[in-house]
Design a protein around this ligand. Sequence first.
Ligand SMILES: [Zn+2]
Length: 451
Amino acid sequence: MKQFPKRTIAHCSTVLSLLIASNAFAQTGLPAYDLLLHQGHVIDARNHIDSVMDVAIKDGKVAKVAEHIPSTDALKTIDAKGLYVTPGLIDLHVHVYSGTGERNSYAGDNSVPPDGFTFRVGVTTVVDAGCSGWKNFEDFKQRIIDRSKTRVLAMLNIVGSGMRGDKYEQNIADMDGEATAQMALKYPQTVVGIKTAHFGGPEWTPVEQAVIAGTKANIPVMVDFGTDRPTRPLYDLLTKKLRPGDIYTHMYSGLRQEQDPTTLGPSKAFIEGRKRGVYFDAGTGGGSFKWSLAVPMVKDGFIPDSISTDLHIGSMNGATKDALNVASKMMAIGLSLQEIIAEMTSHPAHEIKREDLGNLSQGSVADIAVLRVEKGHYGFTDMQNTRVDGTEKLVAELTIKDGKIVYDLNGMEAKLWNEPLDPNAKYASRWTTFAPRPPDTHNTPGKEMPH
Ligand SMILES: [Zn+2]
């Protein structure tokens, strides 16, 4: 053991000198691509691709998708045969404003730190659904958004103080569409929507103020419609109050007239809302998903526009668990893998007007999930603890964010410990985060990162 530190130092200095040498080199001699995903089944709904393809990445961007790209054109090639290669998944409804220390609050203890729940299930982008309002968004930004490896976007709560419990969320005086729009417009790269949630009163105020904010900032409104009230019927919300392009979340909760009591399919409100262009989001959460709705509504063809989790401390270990568990649930009741991938990539990107995300177009940011469909016997539960059985489950083998591997379940990119080093090992930091890097490439503290 006494020798160990010495050896480590010697090894480090070798690596360091290699890295310094590589930096000094003009990079003209390098292959065209940094990373090549070889022969995976690519599903890219935006570009109508659903076949075996090679995907090449360079400088953090998708450089080429084609039937055959020679591996000599890339520094590193990974064999993806038998796996699905998709754009990095987008979870449109999560709660990640953790770390403030506030109890019983989604701007605190009820939220989860994003990086612990994302890359391991192929998710590269999450949208925080209203944990912060215009008054505390900047605290959320500096505390979580700017420090996470996951791309964290946000919908501002129409309540200025955010999702901090009834004392705040039932206070109509703190719902200011104008002030909310101003904060959204200050951070157009990060704020992608307005959220109204949990309201119990008879008034339309939260929805109306949210629509004012959404209209001024040109972003969608997402509605968790709170308590079902006869003064504000779901039909009016979906046919009059919301705009086409706004989003109704918790679509299979059954808490607010979502289901037609006779047919068990979608209610008239849902059918008319969809015709008008309102989007419907899963947001399964802790108490917002019932098989007794999902099964007949999917059978009737009323499938989600976007599949999201509503991840928080009450759903992470419950029926929801994570994005791929929710996706597998939807497969168990008849959605195709192609539909699911669209609903977790290009669809949510479109809903939040971020067409730059959720696709593998040439030049797009290289956020990629490599997924395996496992076969076996699986059980999927809902908020009432009833179960649907399934035979397929999605698992993330590899997740790539901004062109670099950030998660690798079974070490697909790694060499065996007793094999010779990868000949391009000195360039490994071009394709993976699991590589030594020179000390001068650390992020500058305080620098604003694009999201
Ligand atoms: Zn939620």
